[in-house]
Design a protein around this ligand. Structure first.
Ligand code: COI
Length: 362
């Protein structure tokens, strides 16, 4: 067996087994955390060093740490699944490692070598294997992130970074386990502009989405959907998910990766699986007016949101200040359900994996 990369110091007082078992039943999203975390540091001159897995604990930092002032921060999200045969698998971790490097480059941060990303995710998951929930739709959500940790108030790329991975037992992303979601089209706010950070997974993009997301909630919707920042007419993405449209002739469409949209791993997986089935999927711009017209005429039969956290979620209703419309009969559509099942069957190693996406780690 190969030596682990991250030195393991077990938690002195981990959560007791019966307490843990209770917490991972219906965990919801993002509130149930495991006992440990993986960390590694980078500094100018020294490069990457000190890989460790230790007890999960608060991060002690100087109040002048660069991330607290200039938001030099990036993150990832991926899941570890408990398989029917008792094994454990990660889904496309190399895709997350590659995106983490691209995000680091865009935020002028040190790029974490893929090996450290993959080893940190695998070794932390194995240390926390008893925290992986077994229930349908549940998983261990891994959240790798990196922050600028230099103590300095000048505006420049940090000379020090802290890389960290935490893990959370998760079930359905949507409170109450929503079967379909409603969207609010934000007219006032945009998420990303050409030349900005829209295609990097950085906390700032999510911070910028929150006011619009709050408005969506105030308007009785589940999620905000953003239009492009230039013409304010092309559908881009939701607050934290990509979007797909399904038409009555069987074709599909998703907005293209022009630099303002996050290149989602789930987006790419759905595109690939649909094309494997011979479905024509365009990566083309789609306007809000066309969306409304196609929903009214019946040309648009389904729409769904997708992401690691939300997986595949049907969109039932779309509203804005000046309109509201329903998609199909407002219920999950056949194509959405079929692609969702195909994807989750692969993730749980229940069907063939033609692209080698599932990485068994136990
Ligand atoms: C994910 O889907 O993993 C994300 O990072 C998006 C966030 C809304 C949870």
């Amino acid at each position: 067996m190969t030596q682990p990369t991250f030195a393991f110091s077990p938690h002195a007082t981990p959560v007791e087994a019966s307490e843990r078992a209770g917490r991972i039943v219906n965990p919801g999203f993002g509130r149930v955390f495991t006992d440990h975390m993986a960390t590694m540091r980078w500094s100018e001159g020294k490069g990457w060093h000190d890989p460790q897995i230790t007890a999960r604990a608060p991060i002690v930092m100087d109040p002048a740490s660069a991330v607290l002032h200039y938001a030099q921060e990036i993150f990832e999200g991926l899941k570890a699944y408990s398989l029917d045969d008792g094994g454990i698998a990660l889904f496309r971790p190399e895709a997350n490692a590659a995106r983490f490097q691209r995000s680091a480059h865009r935020l002028a941060m040190a790029e974490l070598p893929e090996r450290y990303f993959l080893d940190s995710c695998r070794e932390l998951t194995l240390a926390e294997r008893d925290w992986i929930p077994g229930g349908e739709g549940s998983a261990l959500y891994l959240r790798p992130f990196m922050i600028a940790s230099e103590t300095f108030l000048g505006v420049k790329p940090s000379a020090e970074y802290l890389y960290c991975v935490i893990a959370s037992a998760v079930g359905n992303y949507w409170p109450g386990g929503a079967k379909s979601v409603s969207l609010w089209v934000s007219r006032e706010f945009t998420r990303a502009a050409p030349g900005g950070t829209g295609d990097a997974k950085c906390g700032g993009n999510y911070a910028a989405s929150l006011l619009a997301q709050s408005e969506a909630i105030r308007q009785g919707c589940d999620q905000v959907v953003f239009l492009d920042a230039v013409e304010r007419r092309w559908v881009e993405e939701l607050g934290g998910m990509n979007i797909f449209f399904v038409f009555d002739d069987g074709t599909m469409l998703t907005p293209p990766l022009t630099g303002t949209i996050l290149p989602g791993v789930t987006r790419d997986s759905i595109l690939t699986l649909a094309r494997d089935q011979g479905i024509t999927v365009a990566e083309e711009r789609y306007s809000i007016d066309q969306w409304q017209a196609d929903a009214a005429s019946g040309r648009l039969v389904e729409a769904f949101a997708c992401g690691t956290a939300a997986v595949v979620t049907p969109i039932g209703k779309v509203s804005s200040a000046d309109f509201a419309f329903q998609i199909g009969d407002g219920q999950p559509g056949a194509r959405t359900s079929q692609l969702s099942k195909r994807l989750t069957d692969i993730q749980r190693a229940r069907s063939d994996d033609p692209h080698g996406w599932v990485q068994r780690i136990a």
